[in-house]
Design a protein around this ligand. Structure first.
Ligand code: NI
Length: 137
């Protein structure tokens, strides 16, 4: 059976501050630069969600994109979009909201809702030039 990878791209914006409270302020400033700004700052992020698997011979789909759209809105976007990641989002109460950690958390949320026979990967664009990928390692 042929296999395809299907991707949906969504967008969200959110504020954050990168900070490790276990390390001194100077370390945080040197490590995170402007992302350590005490009063937060915003990012406009694109998120590509890909599922890969066999094309169903009855539907011709790997997964109905409307299903992926709904799952993404319910499990990811409603938690993140227009939020302060540090203050508003329980996932980051004790986790530094880097793009790496964001990609991992998003993947875990989606993995619980995407059929198990489909491979899942996410690509989080923190800027048009930088992205992080996670596929469950
Ligand atoms: Ni930042």
């Amino acid at each position: 059976m042929p296999r395809c990878r299907v991707t949906r791209r969504v967008h969200f914006n959110a504020a954050h501050r990168l900070h490790n409270p276990a390390r001194p302020d100077a370390w945080n400033a040197a490590t995170f630069g402007v992302c350590n700004n005490p009063n937060f700052h915003g990012h406009n992020s694109d998120l590509d969600i890909s599922v890969e698997g066999e094309v169903n011979p009855d539907s011709g789909y790997v997964l109905d994109l409307n299903t992926l759209k709904q799952v993404t809105e319910d499990r990811v976007l409603q938690h993140l979009d227009h939020k302060n990641l540090n203050l508003d989002v329980a996932w980051f109460a004790h986790l530094n909201p880097t793009s790496e950690n964001l990609a991992i958390v998003i993947w875990r949320e989606l993995r619980a809702a995407v059929p198990g026979e489909l491979a899942l990967s996410v690509r989080l664009w923190e800027t048009p030039r930088n992205y992080v990928e996670y596929a469950g390692a």
